[in-house]
Design a protein around this ligand. Structure first.
Ligand SMILES: NC(=O)c1ccc[n+]([C@@H]2O[C@H](COP(=O)([O-])OP(=O)(O)OC[C@H]3O[C@@H](n4cnc5c(N)ncnc54)[C@H](OP(=O)(O)O)[C@@H]3O)[C@@H](O)[C@H]2O)c1
Length: 332
């Protein structure tokens, strides 16, 4: 039987999520990769319990994570039942709907029909009574934002979730849905957006919206799916995301990545006695602008290494300048 480490809350930092009452662990664990139907159940259990033992309280899932779509939720549900059930009130579990999940006109995007049905399916797959955060996963160009906001509000008021979030929304739509939700009495808790040294779209305006509206912020792909680690400095290892033929990180993409720049960043990390993965996470969290950063992992050791980054001194202005110099205008 799993018993959580008693020291877990001493090992993590917790940041307030926007102007809400909720705090999130500075690092969260995402289940996009390595939690599907053909992945090792023992390994995923180890990853989740290692994360919780290190004080990670927030686990990020979506209806379509797998493959097959839905299998990450099923696997997380099994881990909950077998290991984490006594700790349910210590966990923030999120799911999302927005991408394709089932055939026909109601299986994706942002209608009330899709969002409520998908949330019910996700609750069933995980076996949970409620989600802590339920997200609209991507903006829908056709459904009125009023309908999507009303569906999210209903999901909270009907007891299916405690808070709502959005992901991949631009500035204007974020501002609009935030105002709609506030008027409905269900303030927008959090915005989930891609953010790493090479992908910095949020810096040009979204961060200002989050601050003015009091919305929390959570970054995904902080390691650019593994590119911002020492993983690919000497080719593509067979057990890596790109080596396992992920459709999201292809060998082509790795081969076209600015490996010399990544190697130069790695040198700064080594000089300060840490790994590039650790430095990339510190960089994402710099200045306290992000509430949390969602890491992915393929083994528990990566989670242990990544959480240890939080013990390191903050990046100095000189180090940050050096990083900017190396990056130049490089985008992935
Ligand atoms: N809202 C959205 O649209 C959206 C989109 C994408 C992701 N997300 C969320 O964000 C989460 C994280 O995304 P991600 O998995 O791409 O994040 P990431 O942290 O950028 O990449 C994770 C990968 O980096 C490698 N890695 C992690 N720690 C390492 C270490 N210490 N040393 C060497 N390599 C290390 C592992 O790759 P190997 O497998 O090669 O070991 C791991 O699978 C997802 O699970 C999901 O919850 C949300």
């Amino acid at each position: 039987m799993y018993i959580a480490d008693k020291e877990r809350y001493k090992k993590m930092k917790y940041n307030r999520c926007g102007r809400s009452g909720l705090k999130l662990s500075a690092l969260s664990l995402g289940l996009w990769h390595n939690f599907g139907s053909s992945d090792s159940f023992d390994n995923m259990t180890d990853m989740v319990t290692t994360a919780f033992d290190l004080g990670i309280t927030h686990f990020d899932i979506a209806n379509n994570y797998g493959p097959y779509p839905g299998s990450a939720e099923e696997n997380f549900g099994k881990i909950m039942t077998r290991s984490l059930a006594p700790y349910r009130d210590e966990l923030i579990i999120s799911s999302k709907a927005g991408y394709w999940m089932w055939d026909g006109p109601y299986g994706e995007w942002g209608s009330r029909k899709y969002l409520v049905s998908s949330c019910d399916q996700s609750l069933k797959r995980t076996g949970l009574e409620y989600f802590d955060i339920f997200y609209h996963h991507r903006p829908d160009p056709e459904t009125p934002l009023e309908e999507t906001a009303a569906a999210l509000d209903y999901i909270v008021k009907s007891g299916r979730a405690l808070y709502v979030g959005i992901s991949n929304y631009g500035e204007e739509a974020t501002l609009k849905i935030s105002k709609l939700l506030r008027d409905m009495g269900t303030p927008l808790l959090i915005h989930q957006q891609r953010y790493n040294m090479f992908e910095r779209g949020i810096e040009n305006g979204l961060q200002k919206v989050w601050e003015s509206e009091g919305i929390g912020s959570i970054a995904f792909c902080p390691l650019a799916q593994g590119l911002l680690t020492n993983r690919y400095l000497n080719g593509i290892p067979a057990d890596s995301r790109a080596g396992k033929s992920s459709v999201f990180l292809t060998a082509d993409r790795v081969n076209n990545a600015p490996i010399a720049k990544i190697a130069a960043l790695n040198e700064i990390a080594v000089d300060r006695g840490m790994s590039l993965a650790q430095m990339a996470l510190l960089w994402d969290l710099r200045g306290g602008k992000m509430t949390s950063v969602i890491i992915g992992a393929s083994k528990p050791q990566q989670i242990t290494e990544n959480v240890a980054a939080l013990d390191a001194p903050e990046l100095t202005p000189e180090e940050l300048d050096k990083i900017e110099e190396i990056l130049g205008n490089e985008k992935l």
